[in-house]
Design a protein around this ligand. Structure first.
Ligand code: CP
Length: 313
């Protein structure tokens, strides 16, 4: 089993066969996480470099643990203590890292397109761990994995994404992924935080929370990027919490067993109240565990792809 491509740059690159392969592989790797000794030799001799130019808790740590469980050597490259601080360019940096023969580089960067820029210039595989406002494909895959684990039939589920759709790479990747399946997808947020080109996504758009949540099977809250307040895009955090923040009262008309999701980190009391985040229908920490299994699958499948090309070359 392997991927035919060397990189994971965006969800649109993946077809449903590849998505199913990734999810099935993640499911099989998840069993390892319940073992007493969480270590298998699958990626022995492989090297993974994590290049995170932006902060991260879940994504960076889970890629690191995923690689280590699979026995890969994982290097966390720290931009602030590297020669980037002496003026070395991004291109020279990745070329020099590539000269050390890693199999995969996992990159997060504030500039959209950075993973694409890298993939065109280096032979190692590149996995996008979030690029600007563009995409966060591994988050959408772990979200999809989590939904599939809880809901036997994904088709016709009513899924609602609430929050700052404009600036959210998580929303963008989830929309692209969920639109590949026959789900009933609604996005919701203040007009100032909905993309101007929202029609092209072919999703339902709502500005009223009660209407959007009626009959929902999955509700995905997004992190409110607090810096948007300084850009005049939000009247106040209090008003945002009142209109768009999730609490038990606002969720009264969702379907039984509705999943509550959030990619993290949480702004408790703004986009989600603790009673919901820590409540019985929250799968927020399941998402984190599934993120680990999913990233194990990605490291396995994408390094396998490299190996296959070498054999057939
Ligand atoms: N969901 C997510 O990307 O979290 P981190 O920023 O902590 O990696």
């Amino acid at each position: 089993m392997s991927m035919r491509k060397k990189d994971l740059l965006e969800i649109e690159d993946l077809d449903s066969i590849e998505i199913n392969l990734i999810i099935d592989t993640a499911l099989s790797f998840k069993e390892i996480l319940s073992r007493n000794i969480k270590k298998v030799p699958t990626l022995r001799g492989k090297t993974v470099i994590n290049l995170f130019y932006e902060p991260s808790t879940r994504t960076r740590t889970s890629f690191e643990i995923a690689g280590k469980i699979l026995s890969a050597d994982v290097i966390n490259f720290s931009p602030s203590s590297s020669s980037l601080s002496k003026g070395e360019s991004m291109l020279d940096t990745i070329k020099n890292l590539e000269a050390m023969k890693p199999d995969i580089m996992v990159v997060r960067h504030s500039t959209a397109g950075t993973p694409y820029f890298m993939s065109k210039r280096i032979k190692s595989g590149v996995i996008n761990a979030g690029d600007g406002f563009h995409e966060h494909p591994t988050q959408a895959l772990l979200d999809f994995f989590t939904i599939k684990e809880h809901k036997s039939n994904i088709e016709n589920l009513k899924i609602v994404i609430v929050g700052d759709i404009s600036h959210s790479r998580v929303a963008r990747s989830n929309i692209h992924l969920l639109k590949k399946y026959n789900v009933d997808l609604t996005v919701l947020g203040p007009r100032t935080l909905l993309p101007a080109e929202i029609e092209k996504y072919n999703v339902k758009v709502e500005t009223n929370l009660d209407r959007a949540l009626e009959g929902a099977d999955v509700v995905m809250a997004l992190r409110l990027q607090l810096e948007r307040q300084n850009e005049g895009l939000l009247p106040s955090l209090r008003e945002y919490a009142m209109l768009y923040g999730l609490n038990n009262k606002k969720l009264r008309n969702v379907n039984d067993g509705c999943l509550i999701m959030h990619p993290g980190p949480l702004n408790r009391g703004i986009e989600i109240d603790p009673e919901v985040a820590d409540g019985p229908f929250s799968v927020i920490l399941d998402q984190v565990t599934n993120g680990l299994a999913l990233r194990m699958a990605l490291l396995y499948l994408f390094t396998g792809g490299v190996r296959e090309r070498e054999i057939t070359a």
